[in-house]
Design a protein around this ligand. Sequence first.
Ligand SMILES: Cc1ncc(COP(=O)(O)O)c(C=O)c1O
Length: 400
Amino acid sequence: MTTPLEKLLESARTHLYPNYRQPDLVMSHGEGVYVWDTSGKRYLDMYAGIAVNVLGHAHPAIVSALQEQAARLGHMSNYFYNEPNIELAERLCRLTGMQRVLFGNSGTEANEAMLKLARHHFYSAGQVERYRVIAFENSFHGRTLGALALTGQDKYREGFGPLPGVSHVPFGDLAAVERTMGPDVAAVIVETVQGEGGVVPASAGFLEGLRKLTEAQGALLLIDEIQTGVARTGRFLGIHHYPRVRPDALSMAKALAGGVPIGAMLCTEKLAGALPPGSHGSTFGGNPLASRVALSVLDVVEKRDLAGHSARVGAYLGERLAALTRYPAVTGARGQGLLQALELSETVDARTVVTDLREAGVLVTVAGGRALRFSPPLIITQEQVDEGVGIVAEVVGRLT
Ligand SMILES: Cc1ncc(COP(=O)(O)O)c(C=O)c1O
């Protein structure tokens, strides 16, 4: 007899486009930092839908924001203003120090908007030859063709070329940026912590140097805060760790509405005219439903000081992970706030470790090929970190 799970899996394998590698289970529901599959097995979620569910699962603030806004006004598109969206734009400007916000539905869209902003800014200024962008090796900026052109990892780019107009240089290498810089460069784009690239934080000197080099050349500095934003690294934005660096534009998505799709490109007033009406847009961007949920997420992030919590519990998680370097399978630990990584030795297959951890009841992801990435809900407690790291220690302790 076919079980309900087997029926679901068979249907998934038959109908879903097979571009992911899901395991043979189906997730059912979640609460706080835990999720359950349809067989009733419980998991401690230490990846939060890839740094998205900052308030964990089924948070009452998100549930009631969704219910109330859906019962009021769900969608109108951009022919009209709507209240939650105006309020969200104002809130984000206050929290980020930027002056203008353009909304979309995902990270890759936010980066597309930022790339179009940079190119159109110089086009409008009559500098039509100024379109090249400098990005970094091992960066990740998304998978639409514009964002993919920025992404500096061959495994994502292969087979989709040509992806012209972007020069990739080693992350952290200011001299290489200087050599690649020129009057045709419109912008430099950088993550403050390379997330998909393996959780590699930039140094203050590197980001400050990028600001100086772009300023000297009249190019824009664009910061991708899609993984680092919304208190993930212990400050509201990753760039807030470097107060001397003021970007021209930045992108946010992932955690902004705690699991409801949203993306945002934020910029300074100087760039407010770069994308005039008709030059860019999105049917769903700025819709009242996602905006209201984002406001409810930001309410909780601010009221509970989840940035401070992320800094404290993240430092604790970092210490606990660093202690695991006593095992032969672990070669290092690094991170910022609640974005942490455990580097595994070359002899170990990180994907297999993720599977072993899942079977043991902890969910994490692989980043940069050899690192386990921890990006749990920001509401995680020290005790829950102990619970997760205890299981990780058992699993990696068995490896040689
Ligand atoms: C730094 C960064 N930029 C962009 C993206 C793309 O975001 P999305 O998957 O929402 O398109 C991601 C996603 O992992 C990311 O980590």
